[in-house]
Design a protein around this ligand. Structure first.
Ligand code: NAI
Ligand code: MG
Length: 483
């Protein structure tokens, strides 16, 4: 915690660490042992207001005057300083979120990559000239929205800051970030590193606290001109209502029930590690986790048997032990997952991983569970569990596989495992998802790849170049000058 010192208990506004207006604190729990790690400020609507004002002032000050190239240079410097502090950030995240250290390290690298990607992209977002009536010149340009609000969850704080705050800053917006109350230490560290890297004051402001207080105030603030939210479907709907009030554009990254479709002609050896990892990565607490494995009957028994073996070998333990899985984020999340397991007690439970003997009593550990022969309409095959639970479902042919795959209210990610190129193309078209992977599965990965969903998975796209369009607004200029 060298980087943060006493700062977790403060808000980061105008490049300064300031106490929250309420002077109240929220304890942060280490999910590996259930102990209090530190306290964070309980940000209020007043703190959000101060942060939004600071962001607005930044747009009228140094940050607003910075050229696109200068914005890119600052983002580049932030990426470099993140890598300089990689191990400290990874350990902070491991303690705060309970991620095995290797996952936390991968998240640091992804955060730095987002900064590098958006640094390079900042001065490459061109407008167009449009042929129009004789005597006119018409062109378009991309402008920042203004103050952008970012409400993020606890499962991948660094990656989600990278994709949302990174793209917003690249386009010249000034950001106010409300990290999740369960895990916000790397978000605060990001503020400190951005300051050290030369980000002008007010360009990024961070107010920790509860969703219903600080988060709600941010979504409702009249000066916030764009909101991006990643989290639960229920809160996503509330935020859509709040932003509708001021007719403000919104990016919603909600959950998923993402399927992998495995056909009898698949390369099974390549597929197997993807099938399992995509479900248990980050203890299944990944919006793009693959929680449904659809398998053609000819190879069904073979796949279930191989996955059973892999599940039996999975080990769960404290983040710093760096096993296959860490704990889930909280006691509450463990209860949510166990509630689903209870609703699946009549299903065919074929395999379970093991919680390591080194796991402290007070930690929130859930052994990963694999169910086979699950009816596609069962609640465990329909709802997001957000824990290390996968269901395997058999199918006979492509038509049935597609119907099952598209048969939930979500539509985030899907993958197809088959050597048949025509089938790959057909399914890539027909699968209801924002991302389709052919003979691979990229849970959460791919800084360069546009990402987002349809249906209950949300709308709008983050990541890649596409995000820059979402974080800007297009202006058309038409000049009549005569010929
Ligand atoms: P949540 O949606 O309550 O929390 C996400 C963020 O929204 C946090 O920063 C929280 O403080 C904020 N928030 C909560 N209520 C708010 C409100 N009324 N106004 C504004 N901001 C608000 O998610 P939670 O409770 O942590 O997890 C519940 C379930 O949501 C999980 O079991 C999982 O299914 C899903 N989830 C999905 C995520 C994803 O990556 N798509 C991430 C986190 C949770
Ligand atoms: Mg909640």
């Amino acid at each position: 915690m060298k980087l943060l010192g006493n700062n977790p208990a403060f808000c980061f506004i105008n490049n300064e660490w300031v106490p929250g207006c309420s002077a109240q604190r929220v304890p942060v729990i280490n999910p590996s042992n259930g102990e209090v790690l530190c306290e964070i400020a309980r940000g209020t609507a007043d703190d959000i207001d101060i942060a939004v004002m600071a962001a607005q002032a930044a747009l009228e000050g140094d940050w607003g005057r910075a050229s696109a190239a200068e914005r890119g240079r600052v983002l580049h410097n932030i990426g470099a300083i993140i890598l300089d502090h990689a191990e400290e950030l990874a350990e902070l995240e491991a303690h705060d979120v309970g991620k095995p250290l290797k996952q936390a390290r991968a998240d640091v690298v992804a955060l730095a990559r987002y900064m590098e990607f958006y640094a390079g992209a900042a001065d490459k977002v061109h407008g167009a000239t449009i042929p129009y009536l004789n005597g006119y010149t018409v062109y378009t340009m991309r402008e920042p929205h203004g103050v952008t609000g970012h409400i993020i969850p606890w499962n991948y704080p660094m990656q989600i800051i990278g994709r949302s705050v990174g793209a917003a800053l690249a386009m010249g917006n000034a950001a106010v970030l409300k990290p999740a109350e369960e895990a916000c230490l790397t978000a605060l560290a990001f503020g400190e590193l951005a300051r050290l890297a030369g980000l002008p004051k007010g360009a990024l402001n961070i107010v920790p606290g509860f969703g219903a207080e600080a988060g709600n105030a941010l979504a409702q603030h009249p000066l916030v001109r764009h909101v991006s939210f990643t989290g639960s479907v229920d809160v996503g709907k509330l935020i859509q209502e709040s932003t509708a009030h001021h007719v403000v554009p919104l990016t919603l990254e909600l959950g998923g029930k993402s399927p992998q479709l495995v056909f009898e002609d698949a390369d099974i050896d390549v597929a197997l590690p993807f099938l399992v990892n995509a479900g248990i990565q980050n203890a299944g607490q990944t919006c793009s986790a693959s929680s449904r494995i659809l398998v053609q009957r000819q190879i069904y028994d073979q796949i279930v048997e191989a996955m059973t073996q892999m599940y039996t070998d999975l080990r769960v333990g404290p983040a710093m032990d760096d096993l296959d899985l860490g704990p889930v984020i909280s006691k509450r999340q463990k209860e949510i997952v166990e509630g689903y397991l209870d609703r699946g007690r009549d299903l065919n439970l074929v395999a379970k991983g093991q919680v390591s003997a080194s796991a402290p009593e007070g930690g929130s550990y859930v052994a990963p569970v694999l169910f086979a022969d699950v009816p596609p309409d069962h609640v465990l095959a329909q709802e997001e569990i957000f824990g290390p639970v996968q269901v395997v479902i058999p199918f006979d042919d492509e038509t049935e596989a597609l119907a099952i795959a598209n048969g939930t209210q979500f539509g985030l990610v899907a993958s197809v495992w088959s050597r048949d190129g025509a089938r790959q193309m057909r399914l890539a078209k027909k699968l209801r998802a924002g991302q389709v992977f052919l003979n691979n599965y990229g849970a959460g990965g791919g800084v360069e790849l546009p990402f987002g969903g349809t249906g209950l998975s949300g709308h709008g796209r983050e990541k890649g170049f596409e995000a820059l369009y979402g974080f800007s607004s297009l202006k058309t200029v038409a000049a009549l000058h005569g010929s």
